[in-house]
Design a protein around this ligand. Structure first.
Ligand SMILES: *Cc1c(COP(=O)(O)O)cnc(C)c1O
Length: 358
């Protein structure tokens, strides 16, 4: 096996799922498993959530992601988030996915590919990215149903659920008013992870948790009741003492000092360990930290140690916690990004080991 791997704690995933379900007891969960379940592995995550958490609906971002779930035997409804492009209607239809419609062109293409097919309609309640304008919703619904399509639900998405409750309430009110103006009642949903934890939109028919399922706090701060699910580990492929002044890595941007050892770890930026961590990132080691020494290269990373270790030594590249140096959240903050980006950058070539699956 490759001497670097991800450990995914399915027990923690299940507890997060139960926690979120408890925050929206009257809603059904649509578990968001796009981007390979935020790097955690969509097939195993979806199967576990279905079998151990009673999840009956999933959501992905692309028809390719939906096809992967179908090939693995996930037969439950799969919502295609984002806005369907007419070019993708055939793919969505072929895999029995439920597309999100916001344009008539896409509605026509999908109706041709799958006559009578099930769809959802998205309303732009303020985010300005995709969605039908509230004032145009009634006309759009009539046109979609006129094509023979079955609208299974209407939804919207919040722009600032993690930071501005007043604006989120305003978006929710805009959405509900547009839905209420329709001639009949449709199932509705709005809440992402941040909104579920804030109790906004949790009284609707469905909720759509993503990042919180994986135990990552939506606001990058803290999320009581959630446990991070993923750890990344590695064993060194070589440990050596370099003479003082010896360079390390591309650009020789690090020079060995006196009493120190360099461990070479078998992962790099192609695995999702950002090159921006060169000479400033950390891995956890024996309860402390080992600093990245030199540039992160595509497949290898060098760290500095105060003493030699054997090739069996295990380094923790990502710890399942809020550690400011080695947790996904803390590292994202240090890099000026969000944990969503770091999680989804974890390469598919990293072996994934699933723990706690009975
Ligand atoms: C990704 C996504 C979600 C999940 O968001 P989280 O912040 O990860 O909970 C929900 N709804 C839509 C439309 C999304 O694109």
């Amino acid at each position: 096996m490759r001497p670097t791997w991800l450990e995914i704690d399915l027990g923690a995933l299940g507890r997060n799922c139960a926690h979120l379900a408890g925050r929206a007891p009257d809603a059904q969960l649509i578990a968001v498993v796009k981007a390979d379940a935020y790097g955690h592995g969509a097939v195993r995550v979806a199967r576990y959530l279905r079998e151990r958490c009673g999840v009956r609906r999933f959501a992905v971002a692309t028809s390719g992601e939906g096809a992967e779930l179908r090939a693995a035997g996930i037969a439950e409804p799969v919502l295609l988030l984002g806005a369907l492009h007419p070019d993708d209607a055939e793919g969505a239809a072929r895999h029995g996915l439920t597309p999100t419609l916001v344009t008539l062109a896409a509605a026509r293409a999908f109706a041709a590919a799958r006559p009578g097919g099930r769809v959802q309609v998205k309303v732009d309640s303020g985010m300005g990215r995709v969605g039908v304008a509230p004032a145009e919703l009634a006309g759009f619904m009539a046109a979609v149903e006129g094509l023979g399509l079955e609208v299974e639900a209407i939804y919207t998405h919040f722009a600032v659920a993690d930071e501005d409750e007043a604006e989120t309430r305003r978006q929710l009110a805009v959405f509900l008013e547009a839905a209420r103006a329709l001639p009949r009642r449709y199932p509705l949903h709005a809440a992402n992870s941040a909104a579920i934890l804030a109790g906004l939109g949790t009284g609707l028919d469905f909720v759509r948790p993503g990042v919180a399922l994986y135990g990552l706090p939506p606001d990058m701060k803290e999320a009581p009741g959630l446990e991070p699910v993923l750890a990344w580990k590695a064993r060194p492929t070589q440990v050596k003492r370099l003479p003082a002044g010896h360079g390390v890595g591309y650009g020789l941007s690090y020079r060995a000092g006196g009493e120190e050892w360099i461990a070479t770890l078998p992962f790099g930026y192609a695995d999702g360990f950002s090159r921006a961590l060169s000479n400033r990132g950390w891995v956890r080691w024996r309860g402390g930290y080992a600093p990245v020494a030199g540039r992160v290269s595509m497949d290898q990373t060098t760290v500095r140690l105060p003493e030699p270790v054997g090739l069996d030594e295990v380094f923790e590249v990502v710890t399942p916690d809020l550690d400011e140096r080695t947790g996904l959240t803390g590292r994202a903050r240090a890099l000026g990004t969000i944990h969503y980006e770091l999680a989804t950058a974890l390469s598919r070539r990293l072996p994934r080991i699933y723990l706690g699956d009975g």
